[in-house]
Design a protein around this ligand. Structure first.
Ligand code: BTN
Length: 319
């Protein structure tokens, strides 16, 4: 309910929405709306509310904070949230904590900025203040097959949320999210083997949110975009994070029970290069051809000039 109320108010930052309108959408009477807002504000929100003027949330872009965040979550992920101002990498932080004590599935590690953010293939991930940088712990146990394909599934979860903010959202194999041809988010999946099964997985997610990409180093800035660039206004990082956690959780449970197959078509539909001529840099070689789809384990299907169709399981698609 809190998430719904904040979503309504976030659509019109600073403008008042009548209590009756809120009440009818949430199925509450006026006094219940006021009571709800007062409980939220005790937990750290800053929603303005009066019976005559209605409710407004002027500082929707307010800082990340664990308590308001938890109030917006309604699933089982995010019960435990580690939050700090600055860390080298939230993936490294998560790994360190897991080595010290039992960390439950769904635990979140988030930082306002990262000093050594990690990207795929050993690359640096620029992580200035304003962006959303976080990692989630997953515990697949024995049952999950081809866990690496969850990075595609996680990118779909991120894309679904970003599509609620702006248009032209697509994904790029294996785990990038794009807006209008520029990268807005990336996912770094780190699989840590246990004794006789996968011990745990860290899903690191970076979203350029309230940071302007013109301030990133030039090589990155030209190919990147952010929500701020696209929307020309700041958004609530707490709300964005809560929605992302919920979306990843939904996809994780489906993936855990049904594997990658239910996501194959979704990925193909949202993929920026599906059906197009592409070159993939695997590190060892460059492979060119037409991307004819995704296989049932998340591999990229490429039709070579010879007509042969091959599956590529790792690499970068050069656009
Ligand atoms: C990529 O596209 O190369 C993956 C980028 C992943 C960045 C996120 S930000 C949060 C988490 N911590 C890291 O150091 N990396 C991931």
């Amino acid at each position: 309910m809190i998430k719904e109320l904040l979503l309504m108010l976030a659509k019109q930052p600073g403008q008042y929405l009548a209590i009756e309108t809120i009440g009818s959408r949430l199925g509450l009477v006026n006094t219940e709306v006021v009571g709800l807002v007062s409980r939220m504000n005790k937990a750290g929100f800053t929603v303005e509310c009066s019976l005559d003027r209605g409710c407004a949330w002027p500082d929707v872009f307010s800082d990340l904070a664990a308590q308001p965040l938890q109030m917006m979550l309604d699933g089982s992920f995010g019960q435990h949230i580690y939050l700090c101002n600055e860390v080298d990498s939230t993936n490294e932080w998560a790994k360190e904590e897991v080595s010290k004590k039992r960390i439950d599935e769904g635990t979140v590690f988030a930082a306002r900025l990262q000093t050594a953010g990690k990207g795929r293939q050993g690359r640096v991930w620029q992580s200035p203040e304003g962006g959303l940088w976080f990692s989630l712990i997953l515990r697949p146990g024995k049952s999950v097959e081809s866990i690496a394909s969850f990075s595609l599934v996680a990118s779909l979860a991120v894309a679904r949320v970003l599509a609620e903010y702006t248009e032209n959202v697509s994904v790029k194999w294996p785990n990038d999210v794009f807006i209008g041809g520029k990268k807005i988010a990336g996912i770094l999946l780190e699989i840590h083997p246990g004794f006789d099964k996968i011990g745990y997985v860290i899903v690191g997610i970076g979203v350029n949110a309230n940071n302007w990409t013109k301030y990133l180093p030039e090589d990155v800035s030209l190919s990147s975009t952010s929500l701020a660039d696209n929307m020309d206004r700041m958004i609530s990082l707490n709300l964005l994070l809560a929605r992302l956690i919920g979306s990843v959780e939904d996809n994780w449970y489906r993936f855990k029970h049904e594997g990658f197959l239910p996501f194959k078509q979704q990925f193909e539909n949202m993929c920026i290069h599906n059906g197009q001529s592409v070159t993939i840099d695997t590190g060892a070689e460059k492979i060119s051809g037409i991307n004819t789809g995704i296989d049932e384990r998340g591999g990229l299907l490429i039709k070579r000039d010879s007509g042969e169709v091959i599956t590529v399981n790792s690499g970068d698609v050069l656009l």
